[in-house]
Design a protein around this ligand. Structure first.
Ligand code: AN7
Length: 371
C-alpha cells in the first residue's frame, strides 16, 4: 500500500505553466507615461512596486491624528530608488546604440548603473569619491562588473569630470542630469497615489543632487493632469546640515555628513529643486547627523524598517518640523535606500551592544540573557 500525503479529494492539481504575470517593472506598468515605443529594448529587473508602509510610532510622535507612511524604495533590485531612473536611462542608452555608460556616484547610482548596464550588455564606468562610499554599494558596483574608478576628491568633482567626459568620449552619462533618469523616478509618485487614492499632504524626502524631489514632483503633476489625484503635496526636502547648499543658498566646497549618499555640495538639479519648492509651497530644512541617526535607529528598532542613514533624513526632518504638520494630514516619507547598503554605519551607530565571550553552555547563555 502506498501512503499518500493527500486524501485523493485534496490532491493538489498541477498549476498551468506560469505565463509571465505579476509586476512587470515600471516601464511596462507605466508605459503610457514614459518616453518608450514598442520598439524600445526595455532593460528591466522588475523594479518598482515598493511598499508604502505605515509607521505608527513616528505618527505618535507627531500626534494630531496624522497618518505617516514610508515609501520603502530600499526594496528595489539593487536596494535603492536609483533603479527607477536607471531602467529608463539604460533602456534609452541601449535604444540609441550606446556601448558604455558613465556616472559619478556617492554609491547608489553606481550600483544601479552597473547592474542595468551589464544586463543591457554595456560597459559601466563609475567614478566614486575614494573612502566615502558605503561598503555595500562598493561591493555591488564591483560584483555587477562596473569599472570602478575611485578619485581622490569628492562627488561634486567626480560629477564635473564625467559631464565633460560624456561630451568628449563615446560614453553616455547616466547621472540625474540625464532626463530619462527623472522620467523613471517619477513613477514612485504614481505608486504612492495608486495606493493612497490621492497624493499625500506632505512628501518628505532627502535631497542630495535634487533629482528625486524633482522627479516626484513631475510624477504628482502628471497624475494630477490626468485626474488620478485631486491634490498636490507640499514637497518637504531635507539636506544633511553639513551638506546643505539649497538651504544656505551657496555651494558647499567641503560637504560633510555621515550620510555619505547625500554628501553633495553642489546639486546638479539646483534650479529645478528651487522651482519645485516654490511651486509646491514646500520647504527645505537641514537635519544634523545626530537627528539622522536618531530617526535611523527609531525606524529600525520600533518599526522594523532598516534604511540607510541618508534615507532617514526624511523622517528626521519630519520630526524636526512636526509642529508645522497640519492636523489630520497624510504624510509620506521616502526611504530611498536599504540599510544593508551601509553595514559599517549600522554597527557603529547601534546602541544595542553585542554580547561576546559567552561560553557554549546552556547556563552561560541563560545567564547572559538575564535569567
Ligand atoms: C540613499 O548615488 O547621488 O537628491 O550618486 O543614494 O536625487 O540626489 C545618491 C543620492 C537620497 C539623494 N538617498 O537623491 C548617488 C547619489 C539616497 C541616495 C539621495 C541619494 P537626489
Amino acid at each position: 500500500m502506498t501512503l499518500s500525503l493527500f486524501p485523493s479529494s485534496q490532491t493538489p492539481t498541477a498549476r498551468p505553466a506560469a505565463a509571465p504575470s505579476g509586476w512587470r517593472g515600471l516601464i511596462e506598468e507605466y508605459r503610457q507615461f514614459l518616453p518608450v515605443t514598442d520598439a524600445t529594448p526595455v532593460v528591466t529587473l522588475r523594479e518598482g512596486n515598493t511598499p508604502l508602509i505605515p509607521v505608527p510610532s513616528i505618527a505618535a510622535e507627531i500626534g494630531k491624528q496624522v497618518q505617516v507612511f514610508v515609501k520603502y524604495d530600499g526594496l528595489n533590485p539593487t536596494g535603492s530608488f536609483k533603479d527607477r531612473g536607471m531602467t529608463m536611462a539604460i533602456t534609452k542608452a541601449k535604444e540609441a546604440g550606446a556601448k558604455a555608460v558613465i556616472c559619478a556616484s556617492t554609491g547608489n547610482t553606481s550600483a544601479a548603473a552597473a547592474a542595468y548596464a551589464r544586463r543591457g550588455g554595456m560597459r559601466a564606468f563609475v567614478l566614486i569619491p575614494d573612502g566615502y562610499v558605503a561598503l555595500g554599494k562598493l561591493a555591488q558596483a564591483l560584483v555587477y562588473g562596473a569599472e570602478v574608478l575611485a578619485i581622490e576628491g569628492n562627488f561634486d568633482q567626480a560629477l564635473k569630470i564625467v559631464r565633460e567626459m560624456a561630451e568628449t568620449y563615446p560614453v553616455t552619462l547616466v547621472n540625474s542630469v540625464n532626463p530619462y533618469r527623472l522620467e523613471g523616478q517619477k513613477t514612485a509618485a504614481f505608486e504612492v497615489v495608486d495606493v493612497l487614492g490621492d497624493a499625500p499632504d506632505w512628501l518628505c524626502i532627502p535631497v542630495g543632487n535634487a533629482g528625486n524631489i524633482s522627479a516626484y514632483w513631475m510624477g504628482f503633476c502628471e497624475y494630477h493632469q490626468h485626474q488620478r489625484c485631486q491634490k498636490l503635496p507640499r514637497m518637504m526636502g531635507f539636506q544633511a546640515a553639513g551638506a546643505a547648499p539649497l538651504i544656505s543658498g551657496h555651494a558647499v566646497e567641503h560637504p560633510e555628513t555621515l550620510a555619505t549618499a547625500i554628501r553633495i555640495g553642489n546639486p546638479a538639479n539646483w534650479e529645478r529643486a528651487i522651482a519645485v519648492k516654490d511651486a509646491s509651497q514646500g520647504a527645505f530644512n537641514p537635519v544634523t547627523d545626530d537627528e539622522i541617526i536618531a530617526a535611523y535607529r527609531m525606524l529600525a528598532s520600533q518599526e522594523g524598517i532598516f534604511c540607510e542613514p541618508a534615507s532617514a533624513a526624511s523622517v528626521a526632518g519630519l520630526l524636526k518640523v512636526k509642529d508645522q504638520v497640519p492636523a489630520g494630514a497624510t504624510v509620506v516619507c521616502v526611504l530611498t535606500g536599504n540599510g544593508l547598503k551601509d553595514p559599517d554605519a549600522a554597527i557603529k551607530h547601534s546602541e544595542n551592544p553585542l554580547k561576546q565571550g559567552i561560553q557554549p553552555h546552556l547556563e552561560a547563555v541563560a545567564k547572559a540573557m538575564g535569567f
